[in-house]
Design a protein around this ligand. Structure first.
Ligand code: PMP
Length: 442
């Protein structure tokens, strides 16, 4: 009952636009891959607070790293004062990101403002003002990042007009009605067409891409697509930026998502897991990309105590090889999801890489009509059964799984068992429309 009261009080003070809720969950505490609610009920977390808790919740090493620095200095504005911890983090990010060229780093607080830096840097490139990004993408809520986004939830405000959007290779629902690999990469041909017409290649400064499009529906682009995209960029002197906010730092089985394609981008953004819950993000790119016109500074960005937590996060991921665990356990997760695909007609597709996976639900495998309400019901039922998940996708019909990278096959088995029960229960009508009426859709 306590949580009911909190949810009601929340409704009075927050506008709907401040959240995307899937069930009424009031969190009390968390540890590792487990979360407890106000009533002491335990949940297995396959959301990780939207792919933030990569090393698991409440890691002592991270907490202590933060406290040690925070005790020495609570407030420091890197804009005017120097601190070694923040510098160490910038140096570490330069070291661990792909490319041996000279790089520079800009700190922010969220994925959105890291991508805002991308927008500014690309928009102020001399002689080139256009940016290409993809339909379905989610780059953030600040105006530049919003304008580069192609997710329908980010289409309500008229965005900045120097961004041209092209289709992401969503092969399950190919916008060209083709099927891969017989399509001859129609999506790449389309970009070439765009660069000959409405966005001449010499006017394009950069292409911004998610190496795995998560909020757009957990879509893994074909290897060949990414290779061709990189080639197009190189041929036309266009900078390629990888948005690694959600999949960077180990989630895909490599430290960076783009490494799965053996591509070196000119720059990348990192956010969510970097501070293990503390607000920090970064844009790391070739030094030559930063011009004095693209000013991007915030009073508290790169706070040394948060930088210490971020350094500890990176250390843990690399030392404990969490990216390798993500690859190993992720392969098992995908195998188990394929078993569910074989069992349930409602599952149209299962996709994933490392420990990010999507289950796309359809009313009918032939028509592929999105099963949006059923998706909301299954995610709700999973919460009741003690498994935290969310759903994503341009049609709000993809259950997303992004557990902390510390899980083992045992937790995968536990989650699969619950997903199996939840799908069955929803098919049998155990969750009413009334129960999920506040949770249907992004
Ligand atoms: N980029 C990607 C790929 C994301 O998934 C998100 C958040 N869903 C963002 C940027 C924005 O991050 P934040 O919410 O921290 O601003």
């Amino acid at each position: 009952m306590k949580e009911k009261n909190i949810i009601e009080r929340e409704k009075k003070v927050y506008p709907e636009t401040f959240f995307i809720r899937f069930y009424p969950m009031v969190v009390a505490k968390a540890k590792g891959f487990k979360v407890w609610d106000q009533n002491g009920k335990e949940y297995l977390d396959f959301n990780a607070s939207w792919a933030v808790a990569n090393v698991g919740y409440n890691n002592e090493r991270i907490i202590n790293s933060f406290i040690e620095v925070y005790k020495e200095i609570t407030a420091l504005s890197l804009t005017t004062f120097s601190h070694e911890k923040s510098l160490e983090l910038a140096e570490e990010l330069i070291k661990i990101t792909p490319g041996s060229f000279d790089k520079k780093v800009i700190f922010g607080f969220s994925g959105s403002d890291a991508n805002e830096a991308v927008y500014k840097v690309l928009s102020t490139r001399k002689g080139r003002f256009r940016i290409i990004s993809f339909t379905g993408s989610y780059h953030g809520q600040t105006m530049g990042a919003y304008s580069m986004s192609g997710h329908p939830a980010l289409s309500k405000i008229r965005g900045l007009n120097n961004v041209v959007k092209v289709p992401y290779p969503y092969c399950y629902r190919c916008p060209f009605n083709e099927s891969y690999p017989g399509c001859s990469l129609a999506c790449i041909e389309y970009i070439k067409h765009v660069m000959k017409t409405i966005a001449p290649s010499q006017s394009v400064s950069g292409i911004v891409v998610e190496p795995f499009q998560s909020d757009g529906g957990d879509i893994l682009p074909p290897l060949e697509f990414m290779k061709e995209l990189k080639r197009l960029c190189e041929e036309n002197d266009i900078w390629l930026i990888s948005d690694e906010v959600k999949v960077g730092l180990g989630r895909t089985g490599k430290i960076w998502g783009i490494e799965n394609f053996d591509i070196i981008p000119d720059g990348l953004t990192v956010g969510k897991p970097l501070g293990s819950g503390l607000p920090i993000s970064a844009f790391i790119a070739k030094s030559e990309m930063f011009s004095p016109d693209a000013m991007h500074l915030f009073t508290l960005a790169g706070h040394p105590a948060i930088a210490a937590a971020a350094l500890a996060t990176i250390k843990i991921i690399i030392e404990e090889k969490l990216h390798e665990n993500a690859k190993f356990v992720g392969e098992y997760l995908l195998k188990r999801l394929k078993e569910l695909y074989d069992k349930y007609e409602i599952i149209g597709d299962v996709r994933g890489i490392g420990l990010i996976a999507g289950i796309e639900l359809v009313k009918n495998r032939r028509s592929k009509e999105p099963a949006k309400i059923e998706t909301a019901k299954i995610v709700y039922r999973l919460w009741q059964l003690g498994l935290l998940t969310s759903y994503v996708g341009i049609h709000s019909n993809v259950i997303e799984l992004t557990p902390p990278l510390i899980i083992s096959k045992k937790e995968v088995d536990e989650a699969i068992e619950k997903i199996d029960v939840a799908i069955n229960d929803v098919i049998k009508g155990k969750v009413s429309d009334e129960e999920i009426k506040e949770y249907a859709g992004w």
